[in-house]
Design a protein around this ligand. Structure first.
Ligand code: GAR
Length: 194
């Protein structure tokens, strides 16, 4: 069965581009199309990438004083209207409330081996700086189901890589990201096969 993705973004959109490329490559064994992209920030690179791939994209910013649930309801109204069955948080950095009908169908990728280096405020470059500061010798990425707690839901797939003594946060981020690009599509293939 072909799947329809809603991809939620806040930043550069390299994962979005990877998923869009795979979904148009018949040799990729990736039976999905992207029905909708939602960004909580205007003007981000992910929106340019969505336009380049001809994807429908919406900017949905949080409103001052709005609860997580009220924001989440607006997000999932769009997702239902787009007929998406799987929601991917691909660098989406806002807390997302999930309605019951989408429980177990929202998937996040995080650039560490959770449960290490996760939680509120631990995202992107901050993760890699913390990994280096702690002297870790391995790190990696985690694809997991999203529940109501940050970076907490059941793990679908992890990939790891070495940390080198001379690594800068940027060098480490690049090495982890290579693993991320493999981890997210592979986790989705397995998730849909379950
Ligand atoms: C990725 O490295 C992803 O793991 C991270 O944001 C980056 C998004 O890159 N996500 C988190 O830190 C979530 N806690 P992209 O916008 O270029 O796809």
């Amino acid at each position: 069965m072909s799947h329809r993705l809603a991809v939620l973004v806040s930043g550069t959109g390299r994962h979005l581009e990877n998923l869009a490329t795979l979904s148009t490559d018949p040799a990729a064994d990736f039976d999905a199309e992207i029905g909708l992209v939602i960004s909580n920030r205007p003007g981000v690179g992910a929106l340019d990438r969505a336009a380049r791939f001809g994807l429908r994209a919406e900017v949905l910013q949080g409103v001052e004083g709005e609860s997580d649930e009220a924001y989440g309801r607006r997000v999932f109204d769009l997702i239902r209207a787009a007929d998406a069955d799987t929601v991917i948080l691909a660098g989406f950095l806002k807390k997302l409330w999930i309605p019951e009908d989408f429980a177990g169908r929202v998937i996040n990728i995080h650039p560490s081996l959770l449960p290490a280096f996760g939680g509120k405020g631990c995202y992107g470059a901050r993760v890699h700086r913390a990994v280096l500061a702690r002297g870790c010798q391995v790190t990696g990425c985690t694809v997991h189901l999203v529940d109501e707690v940050y970076d907490n839901g059941p793990i679908l797939l992890q990939r790891w890589c070495a940390v080198h003594p001379e690594d800068t946060p940027e060098a480490l981020a690049a090495r982890v990201f290579e693993e991320e690009l493999l981890a997210l599509p592979e986790a989705l293939r397995r998730f849909w096969r379950r």
